[in-house]
Write a protein that binds this ligand. Sequence first.
Ligand code: 26W
Length: 809
Amino acid sequence: MIMTAESMKEAIVDRLETTLGIPFDQATERDIYVALSTLVKEQVSKNWTRTTQTYKKQQERQVYYFSMEFLLGRLIENNLLNLGLLDVCNEALQELDFVPEEIYSQEHDAGLGNGGLGRLAACFLDSLASLELPGHGCGIRYKYGLFRQRFVNGHQVELPDYWLKEDYAWETRRGEQAVEVRFGGTVEMNDNDGKLTFHHKDYETVLAVPYDVPIVGYQNKTVNTLRLWSAESSSDDFNFFGSDRTDYYNYLEYKRSIEQISEFLYPDDSHFEGKVLRLKQQYFLVAAGLKSILRSYKKKLGLPLSSLPEKIKIQINDTHPSLVVPELMRILLDEEGLTWEEAWEITRKTVAYTNHTTLSEALETWPTEMVRDLLPRIFMIIDEINERFCKGLWFDHPELRDQIPELAIIAYDTIRMAHLAIVGSFSVNGVAKIHTDILKKKEMKMFYSLYPQKFNNKTNGITHRRWLLHANPELSAAISEAIGDKWIEHPKNLIGLLRYVDDKSFQEKIDSVKRYNKQQFAKIIRDQTGIIVDDHSIFDVHIKRLHGYKRQLLNIFHIIYLYNTLRENPSLDITPRTFIFGAKAAPGYHFAKQVIKLIISVADMINSDPLIKNKIKVVFMENYSVSLAEKIIPAADVSEQISTASKEASGTGNMKLMMNGALTLGTLDGANIEIKDMVGKENSFIFGLSADEVLHYYNHGGYVARDIYNTDDRIRTVMDQLINGFFGSDEMEFKDIYYNILSNNDEYFVLKDFDSYEEAQELVDQTYRNRSKWMQMSITNIAHSGKFSSDRTISEYAAEIWGLRSTTV
Ligand code: 26W
């Protein structure tokens, strides 16, 4: 085991020479990275095997987190950190004359996720392992992760993210554990002495090959597994072509069509699009994952299948893996010969479902025909589940008879995946208090009345190890100096910082850490964009996917307004501000792309206007990603969480920013509410309509956007600038934004909330002038952020949904 910088140095040089065959004096940064990651993986391997063996031997329950997305980011630093080797490694690399960050950044981010939902899955894996809980991930090894974003003339351009171009250091291919997944074909039904049997014929076989990634717990011996499945054509298929050349070409085409299943991640997290390839991906994940779980269950335990729910829980990350319900039924019925009742009992006690959005345009509903063609037996089972569910309603709930079409799993030739997930699971949870309340009161009201005991809340969290300890070592050191380092294991202990809120020297310490982080990030801005920013200015940060409801538009409208004000009165006394954006738009989301273009146009204009005298700067960072977030967040003063109330299920960036001392400028939406409840209204900047008000307008009307446009000069000026050529040559460039607001009656209440947003921004400006006050607020936020560690979230899942006990390896 490596313990010192000296032995680390020796080991790196040794791996270079023996494994890679490269003498140290010729090694590039990439070579050093490869040697280092090989070494780290070796260090992990023993505990990985030991953990797997421990779980195999014992009869304890295990959890599998099924998700179409795991947004891991880089693993090298986190693995080093969790192994307790990060400091040693930094020292070793420096002594070898390398800059550690430059070595670590050789690792390509694993961008196998779109945003919140995928990053949450990654934080959960970190917490599971760190809490010594037997919980694993099950996902897809996409060849291409979320696209790389470039700006060309201010427009977003998407480039493929070929993250596997160089070997991925952390994965291990387990070819011997590959399983078959079947698509298409027909189902033959036979009556065997009154018992129906189903025989699936003429299907196409896809080989699912697992690639395992170790998930290293923080300074313990637990190493759990993230199993990512890759689609391959099985070698048996070779006998399907003969001597004919066209057969060979057909074969190649067939092979390609199979490999396509794990080719790329769908880059859309805002609009459901019923693409058959996406359905294939979902079934591929579910069928492969279940097969490998059941194989080891049967091999290891020798228990009857009726004990499955005792030993295994499957958490599904939104409805994307909800085919787990009919697939588990299929296995239990057709392969294991159980009765419907037995199979249903097992399935329902095994599966739990998390909902991550109430946006209707994101809800998954598959056309029945598509499911019938691609998954004939699965379709029959869903149909039967639906039949029995509707019959049950009819007989057991006569009061709901009129509502059956609304509650049904299949209706109007579509399958409603959320209904399937609710009916087929024992737990349904939302991801923040308000979100769960909205599910209960509105979106899933009738299901809540049917199954009140299934519904529960699990407010999201983030791993403080990545987002504080690793991303912000200076702040972490300052915290430990004040309150000791127990907070690392028990993040709730951060509350001890409350004693230092008024301590001038601690305030100065935290202030200087923030200043340092801002200087570091200012260098990154300069290197990547050429823009010089003032590190004394307020760093006002808006980072998340680009979406109408997240209201980047409200932010840029306010910036334009501020700009107009400054042009009228250049000597206006404002606190200098740097507005920082990071966001990717879904490739087909026209409005979102226009907002990007608008922000960049505004940035170009403001940043080059001498009249502004650097009082404001606007920066749009390209290719927002986990690794970039780790640089931005420690440098942030203001956290923009300005979604239209009721729309953001939880948000998790809000928690990361809070934990790093940024103050929330936000609406009462998602977890902002719980953040505000913890720190108090006086330690945050809250503005805007409440969720109830928004929902009231949606239901009863009463809001006329045009009235605001007509009566508020500030707003009319900004809006008109969109269509009068103010931002460049093409007068019509932003007309869609303009008309989108006026003809859709401002769906996201941008105009409605403008005034109160402006007021809150003014308060931010005033408050920042009093550094001591600002630092008090900032420290208060850090102190309360322990609640938002994903360790707390995962402990709640473990205790209240999974009944999962920790196991020391
Ligand atoms: C179109 C297919 C689709 C639809 C929705 C793909 C992905 C989604 C996700 C459910 C969107 C998502 O990431 N939701 C976010 O989940 C986070 C973790 O719970 C929350 O913090 C965010 O508020 C929520 O938007």
